[in-house]
Design a protein around this ligand. Structure first.
Ligand code: 4AD
Ligand code: MG
Length: 454
C-alpha cells in the first residue's frame, strides 16, 4: 500500500493533494458540532498529524467510537493548510480504515508515564515521544558513524561475537556453551572444544585488519558480565572501535575529538526537534552543552588529573591518588572543573590492560580516556604496544598465556607498525546527546543484572 510519512506531510509539500497516511492514534477528541479530531503518529517525527472527520467520512466498519488511543488506522483524505496554531497542515478524512483496535487496557492511555513504568513495557514504549525520539537519534548516529569513517577511507569490519580471547583482561565475560548444566561438564566435549565467551571488545581482531589494511572500524555489540547496577553500565551494549595503523596517541586523540564533535553537530542539524524536546523535558542545559562541544577539548595527563582531584574541595567516595583508577565521580569533577570535555592520557600501567604501549618512564602507558560532562568516560583507547619483547613481558606480568595469543603477537613478529585505536560506547554517546539519565532508556532492549526479557 502506498502511503505518505507524516514527516513529509507536515513539511507542507503535499498540501492540496489527496493522500493516504497510516499510524497509531495518540488521542481522539469529539466536538459537539459533530467533528472528531484524531492525533496520529507514525514514528517518522515527533509531531502528530491532525485528522479531522465529519459525518461525510466513510469507515470500513463500525464508527469513530472504535478509533481509540493506541489503535492503528490508515486514512485517506485531503491535505489542507491548517487554520489551527502549531501545525502546517491537517487531513480532512474521506475514508478511515481501522487496521487494529486497542481496548481500554492499552497501557499508554495517559501521557507522562514514569521511565521506570515504561521499562516494564519495553515492547510498547517506542510509541511514546521520548522513545521514538531516541530511536531516531540512534538511527541518525549509526548512519553518521558509517558516513564519517567511510568518508575517511576506513574499512568496516565485522569482528566475532563468540571469542576465545579476553581483550580487557578483566574476566567479566559471559561463557558460551551448548551443553546442559551439570557436574559432568567438560570443555573437551563442549561445542568448540575450548572455552568460549561473548566478546567484550573487537579490538584484538580489529588490530589484525589494521595491520594489513591501514584504517578499519568495527561497530557492534559487546558483552560484559560485570555486576554493575549503575545508570551507565549494560551487560550488552554497542561499541564503535576504530583501529588505525601508523597512528600514534596524538593522532588517536585528534580523531576521537573530531568524531565526537562531528556526531554532535550532525544530531543538532538532523534532529533539531528531538534535541529541543529533550532539552525542554529532561535537561535544560542539553542544547547548550551540545553546542559547546565545538570548543577544543581540554587535554591533561593522568598525573595532572590526580593533582587536580587531590586539591579538590570535595568529599569523594573513592579517595584519588596516583595509581588508582578514575571513578565516575572523579570524571564528572574533571569535566566540571574544566567546564567541558576532557581527554586524560598517560595512565599508570597498573590500571590499564596489557596491550597499551609502555612509556619511557616505565610507569605509564599511552592510554587515553575521553570524558564528557554529565556522563564521564565515553571513549577509552590507546596506542598499542608494537614492540614484541615489551609486549610479551607485559603479558607475562598480567598473567596472560602468551601461546594462546600467538596470533596477536605474530602481528609484532612480522612487519610490526605503530598503531592506535579506541572504543566509543554507543549508548553513552546517546545518553550524552539526549540527556537521558539512565543507560537502560537509550537501548531498545536493555540487558543488565537480573534482566534479559524480550
Ligand atoms: O574502555 P573500554 O573498556 O575499552 C575497550 O574495550 C577497548 N578495547 C576499546 C579499544 O581501544 N578498541 O570500553 C570502551 C567504551 C567505554 O569508554 C564506555 O563508553 C563503553 O565502551 N563501555 C560500556 N558501555 C555500556 N556498558 C558497559 N558495561 C560498558 N563498558 C564499557
Ligand atoms: Mg575504559
Amino acid at each position: 500500500m502506498q502511503y505518505k510519512k507524516i514527516k513529509d506531510i507536515l513539511n507542507g509539500q503535499l498540501t492540496g493533494n489527496i493522500i493516504t497516511c497510516a499510524g497509531w492514534v495518540r488521542t481522539r477528541r469529539d466536538s459537539k458540532a459533530g467533528f472528531s479530531f484524531i492525533e496520529l503518529n507514525d514514528g517518522s517525527c515527533l509531531k502528530n498529524l491532525q485528522i479531522i472527520t465529519d459525518s461525510q467520512t466513510e469507515y470500513n466498519k463500525n464508527s469513530i467510537k472504535d478509533i481509540t488511543t493506541g489503535s492503528a488506522v490508515w486514512v485517506t483524505g485531503m491535505c489542507e493548510k491548517s487554520p489551527g496554531q502549531g501545525q502546517a497542515c491537517e487531513i480532512k478524512a474521506q475514508k478511515i480504515f481501522l487496521l487494529g483496535s486497542a481496548g481500554s487496557d492499552y497501557p499508554l492511555q495517559k501521557k507522562n508515564h514514569t521511565l521506570e513504568f515504561l521499562r516494564e513495557i519495553t515492547h510498547l514504549r517506542t510509541r511514546t515521544n521520548t522513545f521514538s525520539s531516541i530511536a531516531r537519534i540512534r538511527n541518525l548516529l549509526a548512519f553518521e558513524i558509517h558516513q564519517y569513517f567511510q568518508n575517511k577511507g576506513f574499512l568496516y569490519l565485522q569482528t566475532p561475537i563468540i571469542t576465545a580471547s579476553d581483550c580487557e583482561g578483566a574476566g567479566a565475560m559471559f561463557r558460551v556453551s551448548s551443553l546442559p548444566f551439570g557436574s559432568d561438564y567438560s570443555v573437551q566435549n563442549d561445542f568448540f572444544g575450548q572455552e568460549a565467551f561473548l566478546t567484550v571488545s573487537g579490538q584484538l581482531e580489529a588490530e589484525t585488519w589494521a595491520c594489513a589494511l591501514g584504517q578499519v572500524y568495527t561497530f557492534g555489540p559487546a558483552f560484559r558480565a560485570e555486576n554493575s547496577n549503575t545508570p551507565r553500565h549494560l551487560a550488552e551494549f554497542w561499541m564503535l572501535e576504530p583501529e588505525m595503523a601508523f597512528y600514534e596517541l596524538e593522532d588517536n586523540m585528534n580523531l576521537a575529538e573530531d568524531l565526537v564533535k562531528t556526531l554532535c553537530r550532525a544530531v543538532l542539524a538532523g534532529a533539531p526537534d528531538e534535541i529541543a524536546f529533550f532539552t525542554e523535558r529532561y535537561d535544560k542545559t542539553l542544547f547548550e552543552s551540545l553546542n559547546k562541544i565545538s570548543m577544543p577539548f581540554c587535554r591533561i595527563s593522568y598525573t595532572e588529573a590526580i593533582n587536580i582531584l587531590e586539591k579538590a574541595d570535595e568529599n569523594f567516595e573513592f579517595k584519588p591518588g596516583w595509581g588508582t583508577e578514575l571513578h565516575t565521580e572523579h570524571e564528572k569533577y574533571l569535566t566540571a572543573h574544566t567546564a567541558g570535555p576532557v581527554i586524560v592520557f598517560d595512565f599508570p600501567a597498573s590500571v590499564k590492560p596489557f596491550y597499551m604501549r609502555c612509556s619511557e618512564d616505565g610507569k605509564t602507558v599511552r592510554a587515553m580516556d575521553v570524558l564528557l560532562p554529565r556522563i564521564g568516560e565515553i571513549i577509552g583507547g590507546s596506542q598499542r604496544e608494537e614492540r614484541l619483547e615489551i609486549l610479551l613481558a607485559r603479558m607475562q606480568e598480567c598473567g596472560i598465556n602468551t601461546e594462546h595469543y600467538r596470533w596477536y603477537t605474530d602481528l609484532r613478529r612480522y612487519g610490526t607498525v605503530p598503531h592506535s585505536g579506541f572504543g566509543l560506547g554507543f549508548e553513552r554517546l546517546v545518553q550524552f546527546i539526549t540527556g537521558m539519565q539512565n543507560i537502560r532508556d537509550v537501548i531498545p532492549f536493555p540487558r543488565h543484572p537480573g534482566r534479559a526479557g524480550f
